[in-house]
Design a protein. Structure first.
Length: 275
């Protein structure tokens, strides 16, 4: 079922690389819109979660740094963890950045370029978004800026032309606005396919993140790294268990059923459209 299973045979070195928790956040806000509520966290919860990472001796890395270490077989710091934010919500700058700076933690923001405020805006974001000055301030503070498409479609469900446009436009805008071509990508909704991964790679991204709610492992391959969803109802004890890699299956059991059901619905709709 998973194409990444093909390289699960792996080498001794790959098997020796321990799994890494990659945390996926969206909005950090005291007052989310209903659309993003479940995928948001309060500023207090976020600050508390960062304190847990510090207390337990975790070392946050950017996505590029983890991928480079796994690519080159380079050393990783003790207890690596990734802190990632999807879409580009305003609270990442206003509420999350102070907590990241306090601990000296790097992070990665995956920007939906057409959702951000300013001259590339196409409309449609579910909550208040960052502007380009804030994106540049985040980058200057050690946040890697990665791509997350231009208008946030499920990339495995769009046509060839739209797929290339979504990834290429996002990359061009980020390079233009930040002065640095992005090298990491996150699939909208976590959805990808072999074709989507090929396009992301062909356009110059060196690694990409999915969702899957599991720890990331080197053998997943650089274009299908798993992430853990942190949500508004994720309590601090559950958060601590997740980053330690305990009870992940239990925490996301219901999500797995929902995600599978949704995938079936989408496949059925696509099949109907083709007929
Ligand atoms: Zn997204």
């Amino acid at each position: 079922m998973r194409p990444s299973g093909a390289d699960a045979g792996a080498t001794g070195a790959a098997e020796a690389a321990p799994p890494v928790p990659i945390l996926m956040y969206h909005a950090v806000t005291p007052a989310p819109t209903p659309a993003i509520r479940e995928l948001s966290v309060t500023p207090e919860a976020f600050a508390e979660q960062m304190a847990v990472l510090a207390d337990r001796g975790f070392t946050p890395l950017t996505t590029a740094a983890l991928a480079a270490a796994w690519r080159d077989g380079g050393p990783l710091p003790p207890r690596p963890v990734l802190i990632t934010f999807d879409d580009g919500y305003a609270g990442v700058h206003r509420h999350a950045l102070p907590a990241l700076v306090r601990h000296g933690f790097p992070a990665t923001l995956f920007a939906t370029t057409g959702w951000l405020r300013g001259r590339h805006a196409t409309g449609g974001p579910p909550d208040a978004m960052l502007g380009w000055d804030e994106i540049r301030e985040l980058a200057a503070a050690g946040v890697e800026i990665g791509g997350h498409s231009h208008r946030h479609p499920s990339l495995d469900g769009v046509g060839e032309e739209r797929l290339w446009q979504e990834v290429a436009r996002c990359r061009e805008i980020l390079a233009e606005e930040t002065g640095t071509a992005p090298e990491s990508f996150a699939y909208p909704y976590g959805h990808s396919s072999g074709r989507v991964r090929q396009v992301v790679r062909a356009l110059g991204f060196r690694q990409a993140l999915a969702v899957r709610n599991a720890l990331a492992e080197r053998r997943q391959g650089p274009y299908a790294l798993a992430r853990l969803t942190v949500r508004r109802h994720t309590g601090i004890e559950e958060f601590a268990r997740l980053v330690e890699g305990h009870g992940i299956g239990r925490a996301f059991a219901r999500d797995r059923v929902l995600t599978k059901g949704y995938a079936v619905v989408r496949r059925t709709r696509q099949a109907v459209r083709r007929d």
